[in-house]
Write a protein that binds this ligand. Structure first.
Ligand SMILES: Cc1cc2nc3c(=O)[nH]c(=O)nc-3n(C[C@H](O)[C@H](O)[C@H](O)COP(=O)(O)OP(=O)(O)OC[C@H]3O[C@@H](n4cnc5c(N)ncnc54)[C@H](O)[C@@H]3O)c2cc1C
Length: 481
């Protein structure tokens, strides 16, 4: 028997378990015993879907990016292709709160790069000097790549100007990570922008070239695929589908791994209930600071390096309203709030507009984001303080006075890793140190991409490495089959 223990039952741990079983089956690796240990009472980690009174509420993530194909691929392999759900429109309007009102994000702005000049010129969001500065991006010289990493803030100011950073990139792009653009690494958080600059000398030229190439190659996305995708019954369906496929994995919930010790060619894991377990290979799929704690006895230096990946806390607050009580037209997918506005929410998604089946016919669902690097303390307001605060913000920003028919708050304490400047080098160092402990692997959103798709890709790679370690050439020779 070869024993693998996975620590952490988020999507990283679950997908690793799935790929281990699938990989072993396809490669004919016999005698694999997989155990997954989760400290909470449920698996899924940040992915948590609830149905209450006809509303479908996502506590954590609500979608994945189709451009990164791995989450969709995983769904398809799990038989969830018929359950994939695109946004209700291929492109929904996004608004930006600036001054004292919502402005339309100029059409053609992709992430933060303007690709159409007319909507930018007529936009009420950016001042005339700000628009000119953005358009001049095509003339900004390429940065010498040998200078190394740069913050998102410096990158955007240098290429597109201060206003583009404050009103577009910071709320839209940094918002994805709930991060501070002045400390976020552009290379690790948005490598695509660095590639565009390096290859085309300009983000605008690069984005336009890519759009032209896509058109020439038959154009854009497959039918039924939009930029953001989810599942009809929410992302909880992904967790349920994995659980269906990993019935052979022994899952222990309500059990916290407190430490690991190296023992001969394997490991001994110690649990908070005083029990222990032996393993030939261990996959640590927890946040990095938890991995640091667990691995302190294996490798002090590795543990110290893991602690250098900071995390921030966020909360989502979902509010259900009767449609008749909302005067706002909800003519888009939601809005983002730049930090310079000094408001107390980061963004809101008009969930029942963006996705089908999120609210009863006569109701709407609005989901607000709180906290992040800017306002972490707000995450820990008590329920009534949080509800009052969010309702005040929606009153000021959208004019909503009505009493919600439902409020659901999810707090995510230190759940969002921050890829700060130098993150890629730190991860390289961490992985170098971990590799001196045969059979020990780290996986999850702390390292090579914070979203579900990147985490799913990494989980598959991790499972491949575990099988190669345990079964040697047999696993390597037939990998990819
Ligand atoms: C509010 C929010 C919104 C998000 N929105 C999106 C989105 O829309 N799209 C997207 O792609 N991504 C989004 N993300 C990111 C996404 O949630 C992550 O990429 C992904 O869920 C990370 O999965 P993971 O398994 O690495 O970590 P986690 O989900 O954190 O799982 C780690 C697991 O380890 C367990 N654990 C911790 N310590 C121990 C221990 N000592 N012993 C045993 N178990 C332990 C935890 O209980 C947890 O279940 C969002 C994140 C948050 C917080």
């Amino acid at each position: 028997m070869k024993k693998v223990v996975i620590i952490g039952g988020g999507i990283a741990g679950l997908a690793t378990a799935y790929h281990l079983l699938e990989g072993a089956r396809k490669r004919g690796c016999a005698g694999l015993e997989v155990t997954l240990i989760e400290k909470g009472g449920r698996v899924g980690g940040n992915i948590r879907t609830e149905r209450i009174g006809g509303f479908l509420i996502e506590g954590g993530p609500d979608c994945f990016l189709s451009e990164k194909p791995w989450a969709m691929q995983l769904c398809k392999r799990l038989g969830l292709a018929p359950r994939l759900l695109p946004t209700s429109r291929p492109r929904g309007k996004t608004f930006v709160f600036s001054g004292s009102r919502l402005h339309l994000l100029p059409e053609g702005v992709i992430l933060m790069v303007p690709t159409r000049m007319l909507p930018l010129l007529t936009s009420s969001l950016i001042s005339l000097p700000g628009k000119i500065r953005m358009a001049l991006e095509v003339f900004v010289p390429r940065r010498d790549p040998s200078k190394g990493d740069e913050s998102l803030g410096d990158f955007v100011r240098r290429r597109l100007g201060r206003e583009a950073l404050d009103k577009i990139a910071e709320p839209l792009v940094a918002g994805v990570h709930a991060g501070d653009p002045e400390t976020m690494s552009i290379r690790s958080s948005f490598p695509r922008f660095v590639e565009l600059e390096e290859r085309y000398g300009s983000l605008i030229r690069g984005m336009l070239a890519r759009m032209r190439a896509m058109k020439a190659g038959g154009g854009g996305k497959a039918p039924g695929v939009t930029m953001f995708m989810t599942l009809k019954g929410g992302l909880g369906e992904l967790i349920e589908a994995i659980l269906e496929k990993i019935k052979d994995v022994s899952i222990r919930t309500n059990t916290r791994v407190v430490s690991i010790r190296e023992k001969g060619r394997g490991y001994t894991l110690l649990m908070d209930d005083g029990s222990s377990m032996e393993a030939d290979s261990v996959v640590v799929a927890t946040p990095a600071y938890v991995a640091a704690e667990i691995l302190d006895g294996v490798d002090r230096r590795l543990s110290e390096r893991l602690l250098t990946i900071p995390y921030t806390s966020t909360a989502t607050v979902s509010l259900g309203y009767k449609k008749k009580d909302i005067a706002h037209p909800l003519d888009g997918f939601g809005f983002v709030v730049p930090g310079i506005e000094k408001r107390r929410i980061m963004a809101a998604t008009w969930s029942s507009v963006k996705w089908e089946g999120r609210a009863p016919e006569d109701s709407v669902l609005i989901r607000c984001f709180v906290g992040g690097a800017r306002n972490e303390d707000l995450v820990f307001l008590d329920d009534s303080g949080m509800t009052e605060m969010v309702r005040q913000e929606l009153r000021d920003i959208m004019g909503i006075e009505a009493e919600p028919v439902l409020v659901r708050i999810f707090r995510w304490r230190k759940a969002m890793p921050q890829y700060t400047i130098g993150h890629a080098e730190r991860v390289k160092e961490i992985e170098g140190m971990a590799s001196s402990h045969p059979g020990l692997y780290l996986t999850g959103s702390a390292y090579h991409g914070i979203g579900i798709s990147d985490t799913a890709r990494e989980a598959e790679e991790t499972a491949g490495r575990v099988l190669s370690y345990l079964y040697g050439d047999k696993a390597v020779a037939s990998s990819g089959s």
